[in-house]
Design a protein around this ligand. Structure first.
Ligand SMILES: Cc1cc2nc3c(=O)[nH]c(=O)nc-3n(C[C@H](O)[C@H](O)[C@H](O)COP(=O)(O)OP(=O)(O)OC[C@H]3O[C@@H](n4cnc5c(N)ncnc54)[C@H](O)[C@@H]3O)c2cc1C
Length: 626
């Protein structure tokens, strides 16, 4: 879409007057029947004045799918994989529903390292074990890495990562390995890797240790992978699927499956709306289980004797102030003294570091343990010339990797980092394993399996490889300048006075990167509805975002906002706690909450934040990291 047309249409929004924000549909936009399916979909998803159907419409669509008129596919789980399946199926013209028991990305998909990567480590294994399977995984992931960045450039970008070398052997080893990584990426390369001398490395990364294990730093090798805002990407996939026609519903849980008593096939599900407690049925020709680390509980609804396929492993990350790492450069230590990988990456204005790999139970709210936080802090100490302090930990969280064995594979011992698609009970296709980076390819495979299982009649093949997600069309890295120049942030003072404030670069950049071209809708709310104040000191999140996400992104609870729509809980747990009253105020106005719901929301959010370990709730006092 031309920038002029986009601006003209968005101008309609900015012009909304009288303090109310009106959604205007431009009548000049119409879809012609002759448009190709991809062009028609692109028009729907990139229409800057389109809105996702309201929650009630989505629920009614699911309830309306009965045994005589079932959906083609019902997806269970709204993580990266499930929303990817819904979007893929919609692009093929299938009738799709999706239910997520909490929120989009509330499982593992908001708790990743946020890297979009081909897997340098798998390449190393491929070379040393002469394992073609591993090499194929890297090829595939590198292709997906490029497509993901192209399809959501506002939420994903290339990130240079520095590998410190403390011997000339390491310099040669990492240089050669990373050149091979470049070579395998071929047409999908982001940028070439290169060696930097000691002096150049220290200039680029001032906090890097000049000595490690009594050896001098010889230099570094810098290579590129991608980085993303994982939960916002997940929400963008869900909203793109909804704009394409899928009935996606968060806070709706599959409590049991419906079986055809005649032939034993799974034909639907009993669903509980977790916000109202209401239970309803929906029918589908195929149910796709995209429950991530929780997929065994869904498999066991179909076959109570099904053996678990998930080998859960928990990974902890911590968030530190920005001064630990320079903006725009990550640090990756491929082998710490005890053989683990440690990352330290700039992310949304702070530094994220991790991760760990420990056995865990499967739970929706995994908590980081102090010894895991201690491990990360200790590992960092060896590679930084900054004093690493426990009191600097702004947030710490844990996620569960859905490492899966293939139940149909002969060697059930093997745990795969690749994905698994199986149909063990007719009508129930399970897709799990893999990684965030490859969600699109996993979804494509799962929909292919569903089409086969349900003898479905798609209009065409998958169209997701070239389909930009909502907010992406027309976005450029300089788009934020439109916000700074054309919008003001209207703020209500404590005394009730309305005061104008500038849309500063930090706020404009944040909105642009979080919402893409739709940032102008958010800015219009900040301007026209006096919701331009920051929610937390030192962070660019604005009040307007709470209203926007409640209206247009299915943000249904305070936790949805602090954890998945904004990333405040992940960036700074205490700042999120302080911002809660205002966030709940705005959500209460948007959703007409009564006093008891407001109380409940406050309670839920506080309990949720207790599972994030900032310095405030640290119990770690070893004297080393005070
Ligand atoms: C610590 C860590 C770091 C990682 N880092 C990276 C990385 O840097 N890059 C990368 O590519 N990958 C990374 N990954 C892997 C990646 O995050 C996961 O592979 C991916 O998020 C899995 O998505 P999913 O949709 O399959 O699972 P999830 O995101 O867990 O989604 C499953 C959803 O199903 C829902 N659900 C379950 N049961 C029901 C039910 N009965 N009814 C309705 N809904 C239900 C759950 O609520 C959940 O939201 C990392 C993983 C971890 C743990």
């Amino acid at each position: 879409m031309s920038a002029a047309l986009r601006l003209r249409r968005l101008g309609l929004l900015a012009a909304a007057s009288g303090g109310t924000y009106t959604l205007l549909r431009d009548p000049s936009i119409s879809y012609t029947d002759s448009a190709s399916p991809l062009a028609a979909l692109k028009t729907k998803i990139s229409d800057p004045v389109a809105s996702v159907p309201p929650r009630a419409t989505q629920e009614a669509a699911l309830m309306g799918a009965n045994a005589e008129n079932p959906l083609d596919i019902l997806v269970v789980g709204g993580g990266a994989t499930g929303t990817g399946v819904a979007l893929d199926a919609v692009t093929r013209g299938l009738r799709v529903g999706l239910v997520e028991r909490e929120d989009f990305a509330s499982g593992t998909s908001s708790r990743s390292t946020k890297l979009i990567h081909g897997g340098v480590r798998y390449l190393e294994k491929a070379v040393f074990n002469l394992d073609y399977g591993q090499l194929k995984l890297v090829f595939h992931a590198l292709k997906e890495r490029k497509q993901l960045i192209d399809n959501a450039p506002h939420l994903c970008h290339a990130l240079p990562c520095m590998t410190p070398c403390f011997s000339w052997f390491e310099v040669i080893y990492y240089w050669a390995g990373l050149k091979m990584y470049d070579l395998v990426a071929m047409g999908q390369l982001l940028h070439f890797s290169r060696y930097y001398s000691f002096k150049q490395s220290v200039e680029l990364f001032p906090t890097i240790a000049k000595k490690g294990n009594n050896k001098d730093l010889k230099g570094t090798v810098v290579y590129y992978d991608g980085q993303m805002n994982d939960s916002r990407l997940n929400v963008a996939i869900a909203c793109s699927a909804a704009l394409g026609g899928a009935a996606v519903l968060n806070h709706a849980e599959v409590i049991s499956l419906i079986r055809d008593e005649g032939n034993g096939r799974i034909i639907g599900a009993h669903i509980r709306n977790n916000l109202t407690g209401e239970v309803f049925d929906t029918y589908a020709k195929v149910v796709v289980n995209a429950g991530g680390p929780f997929c065994d509980s869904v498999r066991q609804m179909a076959d109570k004797n099904a053996k678990p396929v998930i080998c859960p492993s928990s990974g902890v990350h911590i968030v530190l102030p920005d001064y630990y790492s320079p903006d725009g450069m990550g640090l990756i230590v491929p082998k710490t003294k005890d053989g683990r990988v440690v990352f330290m990456l700039p992310w949304l204005g702070r530094t994220i570091a991790g991760t760990t790999d420990s056995d865990t139970a499967i739970t929706m709210l995994p908590e980081p343990h102090e010894n895991e936080i201690e491990f990360i802090l200790d590992a960092l100490c060896d590679y930084l010339n900054v004093k690493v302090r426990r009191t600097d930990v702004l947030s710490a969280w844990s996620g569960i990797r859905p490492l899966a064995t293939d139940p149909s594979a002969k060697n059930t011992e093997s745990i795969s980092r690749d994905h698994v698609v199986v149909e063990e009970v007719p009508g129930l296709v399970t897709v799990t394993g893999g990684k965030w980076t490859t969600y699109r390819g996993m979804a494509e495979d799962a929909v292919n399996a569903a089409i086969k299982s349900g003898k479905l009649n798609p209009n065409n093949g998958s169209l997701t490889s070239n389909l930009q997600l909502v907010g992406a069309d027309g976005w450029e890295s300089a788009s934020f300048t439109i916000l700074t120049q054309q919008y003001v942030r209207m703020k209500k003072s404590h005394g009730g006075k309305i005061l104008p404030g500038v849309m500063d670069t930090a706020a404009a950049k944040h909105l642009s990167q979080a919402y893409g071209v739709l940032a102008e809708r958010v800015a219009a709310i900040a301007q026209n509805e006096n919701l331009g104040k920051r929610l937390a000191h030192g962070y660019p999140f604005l009040e307007a975002e709470v209203a926007y996400t409640a209206r247009y992104e299915y943000c249904e609870s305070a936790v949805d906002f602090i954890a998945r729509r904004s990333r405040l809980a992940f960036l700074d747990t205490d700042a999120a706690r302080r911002a809660l009253p205002r966030i709940i105020d705005i959500l209460a106005a948007e959703h007409n909450w009564d006093k008891s719901r407001i109380k409940q929301e406050t309670q839920n959010a506080k309990e949720f934040l207790e599972t994030f370990k900032s310095s405030r709730n640290a119990q770690f006092h070893d004297g080393k990291h005070n």
